[in-house]
Design a protein around this ligand. Structure first.
Ligand code: ATP
Ligand code: MG
Ligand code: MG
Ligand code: MG
Length: 570
């Protein structure tokens, strides 16, 4: 590619709405442009990187026998109603109507669509196991889009789904996927850890996340270097003590929604932080979709994103609903915060008698009243969940735990029959009887990977793309840049162009920087974009057939012959 004909959209200034190193650098290097909160354009320079990630992911999916499909981003609501997720998924699911007043959603994930496909296309156990994947846009109406493409609203995901007659087959494909993910992140040159994870709103019973280690990560992960143990801290807490409690979906909702923090409660009620919120009530559903209240007892001194449950009590409570006016009339309005936020709220249990505390509801102007915890609540399980701390012994007894920040770049699940059950997805088994299929699902944040790679690899001059085990897997938009100095001199330009053609013929992504700019401007741009190899062709060195070579990761310039240059870059 000749730079004079390519969109170089580099910026000198750091955009003031870009919040971390990677998002600033991606905008400054001209990889992306923001058009609205959480919505980005991939410019030609950025799209080259995105397509390189896609290529590696696609190759490794094909390697484990997954077949590529492409499903629409727009999905009919009926499919989501069948599985109950149309109501359950929460505000991240963008719902809308078409001109005929039919309900649709923009796909945040594709379990419903793929299960519907499998239900229609798969007939016999002989076709199984089978795995489909796609690389495609997802939409999630994130409550707080941030960090550029790291937490966008529209983003590129690779999602794969596998179908099986039994758990043994599912476990095998899950293992293959785990290995494929390990190869993908290794090929990409990332410093990552696979950790045991919560199954979140997708459901299921076995799950691993892949995290790129970086201080800007939003998750804490705990791992031991002297054993295979590694877990998301959210999970490590409960694994390290008693059995796991409370349906994880509700817990995740609680922890991720924009609810008031303990600090806000303290300020609102003008009481010390430690005495603030003791109980958090959220509406949930039992497995059978019966309404259920979940109470989470919280320690008062934690902010939202580090909130730790001290005790989780699960209760089945008959719901009695009251409006704000009724609450006020009954004198129950005080000690209550977060009314009508259309999300879980805190209840100040210390302010009211145990017998008449008020629970927040997920619906505007509706609150549960007159609860008597001892009388109404059938407390099914109680567990102490303590914080895992750096230096704690690893649960497998080998070594002690380290805690680091991680960016979730991949997530694999064994789903079981949650979706196939709801959508009646069966095939005829060996004995001719219908078998409900077992499913796995496997996601990779293709666009997030790029931000994560930059978080791990940058310096004051800009992006440095990860060192990949294979040179051909480099994420750099161009692996080599050739800069002709005094490009007006014909021999310089001829030599530079000849080298450019030669590298191109070898399949190397090379950029000939023939822009009408000062060398200093070109060097700064190429460093910002993170081009790994820079070759300067100048009349001074032509006589000796030498080229000035600089590697993005090394300060030293080297004078190299043509052969030495070719050896460096291929
Ligand atoms: P997070 O915990 O960061 O919100 P998630 O657990 O909701 O992610 P999954 O449903 O597991 O995400 O989706 C699979 C992958 O998609 C994630 O591992 C992540 O890499 C990527 N991903 C999820 N949400 C976003 C987003 N808003 N922007 C970019 N990538 C995302
Ligand atoms: Mg999420
Ligand atoms: Mg997650
Ligand atoms: Mg996840």
């Amino acid at each position: 590619m000749k730079a004079s004909q390519f969109l170089f959209a580099t910026l000198k200034e750091t955009p003031n709405d870009a919040d971390i190193a990677s998002s600033q650098l991606m905008v400054r290097a001209g990889l992306i442009r923001k058009i609205a909160s959480g919505l980005y354009i991939w410019l030609p320079m950025g799209l080259r990187v995105l397509q390189k990630v896609e290529r590696i992911v696609r190759e490794e999916m094909q390697n484990v026998g997954a077949q590529e499909v492409l499903m629409p981003m727009t999905q009919p609501a009926e499919l989501w109603q069948t599985t109950g997720r149309f109501d359950d998924y929460g505000p991240e699911l963008l719902r809308f109507k078409d001109r005929h007043d039919r309900d649709f959603v923009l796909g945040p994930t594709h379990e419903e669509v793929i299960t519907n496909l499998a239900q229609g296309e798969l007939r016999s156990y002989k076709q199984l196991p089978i795995t489909f994947f796609q690389i495609q846009g997802k939409f999630r109406d994130e409550i707080r889009p941030r960090f550029g493409v790291m937490r966008a609203r529209e983003f590129t995901m690779k999602d794969a789904y596998s179908f099986h007659v039994d758990q043994t087959s599912l476990a095998k494909t899950y293992h293959d996927m785990y290995e494929a993910y390990t190869r993908i992140f290794t090929r990409l040159g990332l410093d990552f850890r696979a950790v045991q994870a919560d199954t979140g709103s997708i459901g299921g019973f076995a799950s691993h996340e892949f995290h790129v280690l970086a201080d800007s990560g939003e998750d804490d992960i705990a791992f031991s270097d002297s054993s295979d143990y590694a877990a998301n801290v959210e999970l490590a807490e409960s694994v390290s003590t008693a059995e796991r409690q409370a349906p994880s979906r509700e817990r995740e909702d609680v922890l991720t929604e924009n609810m008031p923090t303990c600090k806000m409660v303290a300020e609102h009620l003008d009481i010390p932080l430690e005495q603030t919120v003791k109980t958090l009530i959220v509406h949930g559903h039992t497995e059978d979709n019966e309404p259920q209240l979940i109470a989470i007892v919280l320690r008062g001194d934690h902010q939202l994103n580090t909130i730790k449950a001290e005790k989780i009590e699960e209760a089945n409570v008959p719901l009695t609903l009251a409006s704000d006016e009724e609450l006020k009339a009954a004198g129950l309005y005080k000690g209550y915060i977060g009314v009508d936020l259309d999300m879980p709220v805190f209840v100040d249990r210390s302010a009211a008698a145990l017998s008449d505390f008020v629970a927040g509801a997920n619906e505007v102007n509706k609150h549960t009243i007159g609860l008597n915890w001892e009388r109404d609540a059938r407390i099914t399980r109680i567990v102490d969940v303590r914080n895992v701390q750096e230096g704690d012994p690893s649960p497998d007894g080998k070594g002690s735990l380290k805690i680091k920040r991680g960016i979730e770049v991949g997530h694999i699940f064994q789903l079981g029959d949650k979706y196939s059950q709801a959508m009646n997805c069966t095939v005829s088994g060996e004995d001719g009887k219908p078998v409900t299929l077992m499913m796995g699902c496997y996601g990779i944040g293709v666009s997030r990977i790029i931000a994560a790679a930059i978080e791990q690899n940058n310096d004051e001059n800009g992006i440095m793309w990860p060192n990949t085990p294979a040179v051909s897997d480099s994420l750099a938009p161009f692996e080599v840049a050739i800069i002709p100095m005094k490009s007006k001199e014909e021999t310089v330009m001829q030599t530079a162009t000849a080298l450019y053609e030669e590298l191109k013929a070898q399949g190397i992504n090379v950029l000939l920087d023939d822009r009408n700019e000062r060398p200093g401007v070109k060097f700064a741009d190429l460093e910002l974009i993170g081009i790994p190899h820079r070759i300067v062709v100048s009349d001074r060195n032509l006589a000796e057939d030498k080229y000035e070579y600089v590697n993005r990761r090394e300060a030293e310039k080297q004078m190299l012959s043509r052969e030495e240059i070719l050896a460096k870059v291929s």
